[in-house]
Design a protein around this ligand. Structure first.
Ligand code: PGA
Length: 263
């Protein structure tokens, strides 16, 4: 696991956008990019907003094209129509897809209104596999260490499926629903920890002191389904990209070690 510590959210957002652009641009120079698109996993939430702004700016400046990119979003609420202002479909179009040159047929977001949610989950997982897996999975992290909606005690080998949101997550997300946790859907479709783990590279963002406890468990804790993000310790190519305030609960030795490696 590589841990990259930057000063603040602005700096991690620039770093992440550059990293994604470099990954896509280098891939497009490879021969296999003619047969198979670059497959990018994407999150929603507050943390990636500035990454998306940076990517849009880089696209407008001609530094990156998404013509040969297929995206898979991590999750979607069950029961919200696409045009609901809090659906992740709406979020992704508003913050990224409407401003770049991605082909609409290359956008994948689970359908939280599918008549058969189990089939929808299976089809989502199969589609990822049929495209040769995810090249780079960008993600955030919850205050309880969740990746996507894989709440504490979700199996570390889980695949795309239905998840029940914890009261903590509904409370955290109520800021988007007029401050009322009862307005936050109780269920979501989410890729599994196993789905994320299969990506060739994983880039997880953490910003601010509210993520400090989760980050310490992710980086230093034992690998446990209580902190599902701790599985990143086992991944051959995972990067945790965090800002200084998110490091508040790391031990001094861990902080110094990772800082020194990046200097
Ligand atoms: P946030 O969400 O970026 O809004 O903090 C992260 C998450 O819950 O995974």
């Amino acid at each position: 696991m590589r841990v990259v510590i930057q000063e603040n959210l602005q700096a991690i957002s620039r770093w992440a956008a550059n990293h994604i652009a470099n990954a896509i641009n280098s891939y497009n120079l490879e021969l296999r990019s003619k047969d198979r698109p670059f497959v990018l996993g994407l999150p929603t939430g507050s943390t990636p907003l500035l990454v998306y702004k940076n990517l849009v700016a880089m696209h407008k400046a001609g530094q990156i094209s998404f013509r040969n990119v297929v995206t898979f979003n991590m999750d979607e609420y069950v029961g919200l129509p696409q045009n609901h202002p809090q659906s992740y479909w709406h979020y992704m179009h508003e913050n990224l897809f409407d401003h770049i040159d991605i082909l609409p047929q290359n956008i994948n977001i689970p359908n939280g209104l599918a008549p058969n949610l189990d089939l929808e989950c299976q089809a989502y997982e199969s589609k990822i596999a049929s495209l040769g897996g995810i090249d780079l999975f960008l993600g955030g992290i919850g205050v309880d260490g969740h990746l996507a909606f894989n709440e504490p005690f979700t199996s570390l080998v889980s695949r795309t499926g239905l998840r029940t949101l914890t009261p903590d997550t509904r409370l955290a997300n109520s800021r988007f629903f007029g401050g009322d946790p009862t307005q936050v859907p109780t269920q979501a479709i989410s890729v599994g920890i196993g789905t994320i783990f299969d990506a060739r590279q994983i880039l997880i963002l953490a910003s601010g002191p509210s993520k400090a406890r989760a980050l310490a468990h992710t980086i230093q804790g034992p690998i446990s389904h209580q902190w599902t993000s701790s599985i990143l310790q086992m991944h051959p190519n995972a990067i945790i990209l965090c800002d200084e305030p998110a490091c508040d609960d790391l031990t001094v030795s861990a902080y110094r070690y990772f800082k020194s490696l990046e200097q």
